[in-house]
Every structure is written in structure tokens, then in C-alpha cells.
Design a protein around this ligand. Structure first.
Ligand code: PRP
Length: 209
């Protein structure tokens, strides 16, 4: 069986940080740092093959076995609920999912709360735990605009530095869940490539701050 380990990395700043961890852990693929549009990088010497995918697609690649392992934000894992193993908290990409609203917001419990978010499942389960009726407005980005234009009452979104909320006159109502990047593995790969995947996990663990 081919023991090359296929690794799905999330494209973007988080992916760059995470690749550095893999490199320091002893699995470099230097050409990955060249700025190009290339998406697939092999390193025969270390038996790894990296590819860049859209962050929210990482769990799909891993669940279906196109990648043996990958790195995904806990937000994506909670939202999609993929059937994968979560091997390690990489403790990078730290942020939270919060509920937020305009500063003058007062919740009128007699009305259905309109919630704009791309985290539909997380928002549903949070408000259901509060017993609050909601109407979900699914958006793909610029979520903060929704309450400013009267499209929603509140939002459920990522909070990292707080800059986006502040600059749009919104404030946190509650922190729903803390988020960080996780190393995930395909269940069959974890069985059949166990030694190599354990080795990668242990080397990465040594890089976790
Ligand atoms: C994310 C998130 C917030 C922002 C939070 O947006 O949706 O808008 O970052 O970060 P902050 O607290 O540091 O300001 P992203 O840049 O991913 O774009 P999006 O609008 O497409 O979601």
C-alpha cells in the first residue's frame, strides 16, 4: 500500500502557519513557499503530499479519504460534523464564535429572533439550548452588515481581534464556543497508515505552544 500521507491544508494565513508547524516537525516541502497558483506539493523524501484547499472543504477531503489528514478550524468541524478523528488541538488560529448585535439591541422575546450567519448549525443548536425561536438568514460573508441594514437582529460569527465588530458598531452578546485549528484524520487511513500518522501527530504535538 502507498504509505505517502496526503495532507489537506487550509488555504490562507492559517494554512501558512500550520505548514510552518509541519515543516518544523520534520516534514518540509520547500517549494510550497514559492508564490504560485500551484495546489499540490510532493515530497518523496518525507513521504508527504500537501495540497491547499478552501478551509471549509478540508473536512470533506479528509472524510472521503482524498486526504489522510488535514487541518480544520473547530468552527468548521462543529458546523459540518464530519465523520473523522480529531487527533490534536494545534492551538493556533485561536478565535471564538460569538453572538453579536448593534450596541442598542434589546431582545424582544415575543418575536422570533432573526439571526444572520454562515454557521447555521452552530447557531441553531446554541439558540435551541436557550429555548429561543429563531429565523436563520444564511449568508456567506460580510455577516456584520446584516443587522446594520435591518436584514437580521443579531449575527453569529467569528470573533478574532474584535476589530470588525467595533468598526461596525456591534458588540458581543455572548461567546458561544472557543475555536482553534485541529489536526483531523480519515478513519481508515488512521488504521492503515497508523505508524506514520502517529509519528506526524507526535512531531506536531512537540510544536504546539
Ligand atoms: C471573519 C469573520 C469576521 C472577522 C472577525 O471574516 O467573519 O468578519 O473575520 O475578525 P476580527 O474580530 O479580527 O475583526 P473574514 O475576514 O473571514 O471574511 P468574511 O466576511 O467573508 O467572513
Amino acid at each position: 500500500m502507498d504509505q505517502t500521507v496526503n495532507v489537506a491544508l487550509p488555504k490562507g494565513r492559517l494554512g501558512d502557519n500550520v505548514y510552518e508547524m509541519f515543516e518544523k516537525a520534520g516534514f518540509p516541502s520547500p517549494s510550497i513557499k514559492e508564490t504560485s497558483r500551484k495546489l499540490l506539493f510532493e515530497n518523496d523524501l518525507h513521504g508527504v503530499r500537501y495540497f491547499w484547499v478552501k478551509p471549509s472543504d478540508v473536512p470533506i477531503y479528509v472524510e472521503r479519504g482524498a486526504a489522510d489528514i488535514g487541518v480544520a478550524g473547530k468552527d468548521t468541524l462543529l458546523e459540518l460534523g464530519p465523520d473523522v478523528y480529531e487527533l490534536l488541538d494545534l492551538k493556533t488560529g485561536n478565535c471564538s464564535i460569538v453572538a453579536a448585535a448593534p450596541r442598542n439591541f434589546r431582545d424582544d422575546k415575543r418575536k422570533t429572533l432573526r439571526v444572520a450567519t454562515k454557521f447555521v448549525n452552530i447557531a441553531r443548536s446554541y439558540y435551541s439550548s436557550l429555548g429561543r425561536d429563531i429565523d436563520i438568514i444564511r449568508l456567506n460573508g460580510s455577516i456584520e452588515l446584516a443587522p446594520l441594514l435591518g436584514l437580521s437582529d443579531v449575527i453569529v460569527d467569528i470573533f478574532e481581534t474584535g476589530t470588525t465588530l467595533r468598526e461596525n458598531d456591534l458588540e458581543v452578546l455572548s461567546v458561544i464556543v472557543p475555536i482553534s485549528a485541529r489536526l483531523i484524520a480519515n478513519k481508515a487511513s488512521f488504521k492503515f497508515k497508523n505508524k506514520k500518522l502517529e509519528q506526524i501527530k507526535d512531531s506536531l504535538r512537540a510544536q504546539v505552544r
